[in-house]
Write a protein that binds this ligand. Structure first.
Ligand SMILES: Cc1ncc(COP(=O)(O)O)c(C=O)c1O
Length: 343
């Protein structure tokens, strides 16, 4: 299979599998009171600062719901981009499991700004309306774009100035940090994030994400809510061991940087071809494009990828830590040949 469908199609990093195997000796205390989880906390403090506390969870949807539940009062909602994974790809889980009202805003590129946040800062004090309690952004975004640290800091400041908390869905935080060539904390702790959903799976773990809490008063709520939201792993050492491996040395940056480089290679190879329009800047590990009628379906006979937007016929091509240059080149050549023949 030649995969440009999703970074979730990718194999697991050998280091993740080795970490699982290395953790597979003898009994260990369950539910996170194990040595691997303790060491993970040290790594997380190195990357996110002394106040950071990690709560490993099974998946990204769970990370988002646990984090957001801890940040909201029952009458409050979450301002997010209309394209946020929270809104369009979690099957209504935030609403059903978390009772969370999403206050969505259309954006051109998946990115909120303070001005866009203000569109939902309405009816403040009106008991008939959900009150905005959190601003949630995705870094890197669902559209493969990346916020600069300054853009994130402006949103964080704006949220705090209006009495809201700042959440980052960092399912692909590693891709964003690799793209910007900054440490993880530069797009989390240093920009005022209160809670980050830190992704491990898309960058190469078998399974493993973490709710990273950067405010003291939220650690206790997250501890209870993780269990209540069915995200507390009994054999947590195997999740923590993978996250520990990812955050040791530069594994996260190497894996994410490679995925980004492959997307850039693909974007550069097809940009400017007659009949193709890239719809977003290629800043992380995804390429978004509109092709001539019928071209995507023909390509899908040999390559796996999804339509992103059925109405506009926009497609999404994702790269992962294990995408090979030769696969990118073969895909780019197939695209070029096909659109050339349709022109
Ligand atoms: C931006 C973003 N957030 C969260 C998730 C949720 O991840 P999971 O499928 O592990 O629940 C995804 C997965 O595609 C995602 O792309």
């Amino acid at each position: 299979m030649r995969n440009f469908a999703s970074d979730n199609y990718a194999t697991a990093l050998p280091e993740a599998l080795e970490a699982i195997a290395a953790a597979n000796h003898g009994p260990a205390v369950s539910y996170g009171a194990d040595d691997w989880t303790a060491r993970l906390q040290e790594r997380v403090r190195e990357h996110f600062g002394a106040a950071a506390v990690a709560f490993p969870v099974f998946n990204g949807t769970g990370a988002n719901i646990v984090g957001l539940r801890s940040m909201l009062k029952p009458w409050q909602g979450v301002i997010c981009a209309a394209t946020a994974h929270l809104n369009v790809d979690e099957g209504g889980a935030p609403e059903v499991l978390g009772g969370i009202k999403l206050l969505t805003v259309p954006t051109p590129d998946g990115k909120l700004t303070p001005e866009l946040v203000d569109r939902r800062m309405v009816r403040i004090g009106d008991e008939h309306a959900s009150q905005p309690g959190v601003v949630s952004i995705t870094q890197s975004t669902e559209l493969g774009t990346v916020y600069t640290p300054a853009e994130m800091a402006a949103i964080g400041e704006h949220a705090h100035a209006h009495g809201m908390l700042f959440h980052v869905d960092g399912s692909r935080l590693a891709n964003a940090a690799a793209s910007l060539d900054v440490p993880l904390r530069a797009i989390a702790t240093d920009v005022g994030a209160d809670v980050v959903s830190f992704g491990g799976t898309k960058v190469g773990l078998v399974a493993g994400e973490a709710v990273i809490v950067l405010r003291d008063d939220l650690t206790d709520p997250v501890r209870y809510l993780r269990k209540q939201t069915v995200q507390l792993a009994s054999k947590m050492r195997f999740i923590s061991a993978q996250l520990e491996a990812l955050l040791t040395g530069d594994l996260w940056r190497r894996a994410a940087g490679h995925a980004n480089a492959m997307a850039r290679r693909l974007g550069e190879a097809v940009e400017g071809l007659d009949g193709i329009r890239l719809t977003q800047a290629v800043q992380a590990n995804g390429v978004f494009a509109i092709l001539p009628e019928g071209a995507a379906e023909r390509l899908q006979e040999d390559f796996h990828f999804y339509f992103w937007e059925e109405h506009t016929r926009e497609v999404r091509w994702m790269c992962a830590w294990d995408t090979r240059e030769e696969d990118v080149d073969a895909f780019a050549a197939a695209i070029s040949q096909l659109v050339g023949s349709l022109a």
